[in-house]
Design a protein around this ligand. Structure first.
Ligand code: ADP
Length: 487
């Protein structure tokens, strides 16, 4: 109650409020005049007692009302004041000199009051308009943020929430309290693909602690209602002109449906490749059998045809096994049976085995050191095969292929170099993604599905190694991978 009264009287509480009252200044200035009359006539019994005293009170009232109610409020207070001054002059029955100097003073005071009320009143109304405009802008921005189809979270530099829209609540299934702060406990600790996090674990805490942005990170959130949401988040700190962090912002997109669709697609591919594998294997067996029979009859034409059929079947078999591997990688079901083996030997064996498949390219192996590693021999063989077949596939007929085996204290580095098409800088990271192929008309003519490098990368990752490419478009590429030495 007292607070409301205080706010009502406090002229500063009305800044930005453009509803100006005319009644309030009218009533109060009238009341002040009446009280002054009562004071001089009935209390001190001296009609001249109001003089200077009145000037002070009315100036205060005019300033107050100009500031509180704008131009019109100030002018109403001024008008009543001047009328009251004239009333004093006439009710005190001044004559002669006293009357004319009274009238002159009142006119001069009146002009000054009007100027005062106008300056303060116009100033106040201008400030109100500015405040109103800014409030409108803010409201508009707020409406836009609220209605965006993605979740938006904005915090101050300490991680305290400043803004959050409805989508955040819909997607995460939680509404953060108004003064919620993303502190150190909100970090996405040990975050791995497919690991669930709670809605309060946010990339905002990360970007605030590192200063580096996070883009399109996929996170699996376990909501309070028990449902799981796949979300994609991007977050970044916001800096002022001098580079100081002043806020952090996060955008959240719900990709649960997309993920479910992908899952269904993966399930389908998995099932289809399983179903395809068995008939292809028996087809190959029958082809071999048939080939043996036909060879006995020296029917060269049929043998040629069968060789073609066999090649195509092998390609089909490779495709199906790649599909199965990708699907197993997706579901984390690719198993590794590790052993100690000589990788130098494996590289030689693999290269020899592939010699028949090259166009006219010669494969040279540099590096004789016998190096032992611990891993899944078949999977590593798969990686080497993939790099060599790619080198063969993406380079011209007579360009050589060089395989280099190097080792240092900790690891072996195997690189496969070709003098072929090369990969542009922008594509170099992406070619290791699932189903990614360089979008180039020239390369469209090469068969493939963009699975090989993805599978290789995952295999090497699981062996605690690295795989990368150095290349220049048109000049060739060097694909390298490392594996820790067996100790
Ligand atoms: P695929 O060869 O079946 O398309 P990969 O995953 O093995 O799939 O390779 C992905 C893409 O990377 C290829 O489509 C090709 O554009 C590019 N690439 C791979 N190896 C080379 C290479 N040695 N030279 C040029 N481009 C290559």
């Amino acid at each position: 109650m007292l607070k409301r009264l205080y706010n009502y009287i406090n002229p500063f509480a009305h800044l930005g409020d453009t509803r100006y009252s005319l009644l309030f200044p009218f009533v109060i200035t009238m009341l002040a005049s009446i009280l002054l009359e009562i004071y001089s006539n009935n209390i001190v019994h001296d009609p001249n007692a109001v003089g200077l005293f009145a000037i002070f009170i009315f100036i205060t009232l005019i300033i107050y009302f100009s500031f509180r109610e704008g131009l019109r409020g100030g002018l109403i207070a001024t008008t009543i004041t001047i009328c009251y001054y004239f009333y004093i002059i006439y009710s005190r029955h001044y004559t002669g000199e006293q009357l004319s100097s009274g009238i002159d003073t009142t006119i001069i005071l009146g002009i000054l009051y009007v100027i005062l009320a106008s300056v303060i009143g116009i100033l106040k109304q201008t400030i109100d308009k500015l405040i109103e405009k800014e409030a409108d802008e803010r409201k508009r921005l707020e409406t836009i943020i609220q209605q965006l189809p993605v979740g938006v979270l904005i915090t101050d530099e300490k991680g305290k929430i400043m803004r959050e829209n409805k989508q955040v609540e819909i997607i995460l299934g939680t509404k953060f309290p108004a003064d919620y702060t993303f502190g150190k406990d909100s970090l996405l600790k040990g975050m791995r693909d497919g690991k669930e996090v709670s809605p309060s674990q946010s990339p905002i805490a990360h970007v605030l602690s590192t200063g580096r942005p996070i883009t399109n990170k996929e996170i699996l959130v376990l909501r309070k209602d028990g449902k799981k949401s796949h979300i994609q988040v991007s977050a970044s700190v916001v800096r002022n002109n001098s580079g100081k962090v002043i806020a952090a912002a996060e955008i959240i997109t719900d990709i649960t449906e997309q993920k479910q669709l992908e899952q269904r697609k993966d399930d389908f591919v998995n099932m289809a490749s399983h179903e395809l594998k068995t008939p292809i294997t028996s087809m190959k067996l029958y082809i071999d059998l048939l080939m043996r029979l036909i060879k006995q009859h020296n029917d060269d034409k049929s043998v040629k045809m069968l060789v073609s059929i066999k090649e195509q079947t092998e390609r089909l078999q490779k495709l199906v096994s790649d599909l199965l591997d990708v699907s197993r990688l997706q579901t984390g079901k690719l198993t590794y049976s590790k052993e100690r083996f000589n990788i130098t030997e494996l590289v030689h064996e693999t290269a020899e085995g592939l010699e028949g498949t090259t166009k006219q390219q010669k494969i040279t192996i540099i590096g004789k050191a016998q190096v032992y590693v611990y891993g899944d021999k078949f999977r590593i063989y798969q990686v080497i095969t993939n790099l060599i077949t790619n080198a063969v596939k993406y380079s011209p007929e007579k360009a050589d292929i060089i395989i280099n085996i190097k080792k240092d204290e900790e690891k072996v580095i195997i690189s496969v170099q070709d003098y072929g098409l090369g990969v542009s800088k922008s594509e170099q990271k992406r070619i290791f993604e699932r189903l990614y192929q360089v979008d180039d008309d020239k390369e469209k003519t090469f068969p493939g599905f963009g699975m090989g490098l993805y599978i290789s990368k995952e295999i090497i990752k699981r062996h605690k190694g690295n795989i990368w490419v150095e290349s220049e478009k048109g000049k060739g590429s060097i694909f390298s991978f490392t594996l820790p030495l067996f100790k």
